[in-house]
Design a protein around this ligand. Sequence first.
Ligand code: DP6
Length: 413
Amino acid sequence: HQAAADEAPLHEATVSAPVNIAVIKYWGKRDSKLILPTNSSLSVTLSQDHLRTRTTVRAAAEFSSDRLWLNGVEEDVAASARLCNVIATARQLRAAMEQADSTAPRLSTWGLHVCSENNFPTAAGLASSASGYAALVSALGALFELPQSATELSRVARVGSGSACRSMLGGFVAWQAGTMDDGSDSLAEQVAARAHWPQLQALVLVVSDRKKTVSSTAGMQTTVSTSPLFAERVRSVVPHRMAAMRAAIVARDFATFATLAMQDSNQFHAVCQDTFPPIAYMNDTSHAITSLVHAFNAAVGRVAAAYTYDAGPNAVLFVLRDDMRALVQLLTRCFPRPAAMSADAFYADPFAVFASPDLAGRDIDDPAVTALADSVGSFAAGSVRRIIHTEVGDGPRVLPSSESLLNHAGMPK
Ligand code: DP6
């Protein structure tokens, strides 16, 4: 009997999914249950080599309820309407398959165990709902052997968290707002694959923050109902910017891409300031980084770097590979690492820009950048807690069963 049980096929899938960073921001819903946005948005998917969520989903007839563990802590699935919606939607797609094929195991009627882990600390304040829901939906898609494409499944990820629909694809991704009430045309589409623009890289500057911020969900709700600037943004700014951003990416026109990304981040935070009561996500260090990026561009005489900020103080900088060395030299000089942190932990240098990461801030090659560093001086050590150097990445990956997060009994390993 034991041997037979061991041989019974395991219905399980393990996937990883990426983080994405919007360069045209999603902010505002026209339907909060289906998560339908007021405007289209566009993002860059970041490499899973540096930032990712890994998720295992198993279905078994003997699982009496759906259970989920997130970074080692069990969550109450029934208490999360979004989680329930995502799981129910995926089950409906599976049930339709089972109806058409009487030999398919009835996975849609079985309980699910889900185990999910981020490879970045939640304390770093990096958004994890996008990679988290994209990983969950991709894992359910693999487990249920759903025939739907990543774009079609992005509708399911969207009901978990709006920005998650964009993490269903790699490269450069547009989330079309759509116009239908049922959300069927509100989905993510790839604008260009990651290989389209291999020179484009990103730095995530993890900024220290002690304040508790307003959640995206609550913040955008207040913005929609109180900000006149927001109405103007949706009506006249975003449609033009979406088209211009798409064209800049297709043409690999960094200066235009960077300028639009900075302007759209600035307008998103202006709209937050125009919300009543106002919402402040950026802090003094964020504003200092903004100024430094503009000063860097002035020093090198062209738009060589761009910043963007989401609903928190962390900066994501975009820069082409050839300009990375000068920018990291400047940043590591002006933002000294926290006391007691190694150079390696602060900036790991995964692309070997320097012979060794502790050389990063020492000698700036470009005299104009040296002059800039000298005039700016340095901020308090640890204002920037960590710099993660990454690049444009691919979409969710199905992983081998050796990567499973669940043990034989279907509990976290
Ligand atoms: C500022 O996707 O987290 O990061 O749909 O309510 O889950 P919900 O919100 P969420 O909002 C992200 C907002 C943003 C901009 C963006 O990613 O486009």
